[in-house]
Design a protein. Structure first.
Length: 106
């Protein structure tokens, strides 16, 4: 796996909680550039709701963005992912969600 979050995704898939400092402004003010985020591994018992910030892959790209909408399509639960500025990345299934943000600190 390649991409800016590949190492953290591998650790999450092994069951480890990760911390890192993402770059960019697309999630401000929820996550500011270079703030320390804590991401816990995906658990099938989660109930995701719109607004939850997840580490995921959409169309081959890694994002630390939020769930915008949730729909059931053809028997699958689909999650629309986007940033905090109105941008939409696309729709994914839960197998493309690797973890969720539980803490953001400076």
């Amino acid at each position: 796996m390649k991409g800016w979050a590949a190492q953290w995704i591998m650790e999450l898939q092994e069951g480890d909680t990760v911390q890192f400092r993402p770059r960019g402004r697309s999630m401000e003010p929820l996550i500011k550039d270079n703030q320390l985020v804590t991401v816990v591994p995906w658990e099938d018992t989660w109930t995701l709701t719109p607004g939850v910030i997840v580490l995921c892959m959409v169309n081959g790209a890694h994002y630390l963005h939020k769930v915008l909408q949730i729909e059931s399509r053809h028997g699958k639960v689909m999650f629309q992912i986007g940033n905090n500025k109105g941008g939409i990345n696309g729709w994914i299934t839960k197998d493309k969600i690797y973890g969720k943000v539980t803490e953001v600190v400076d």
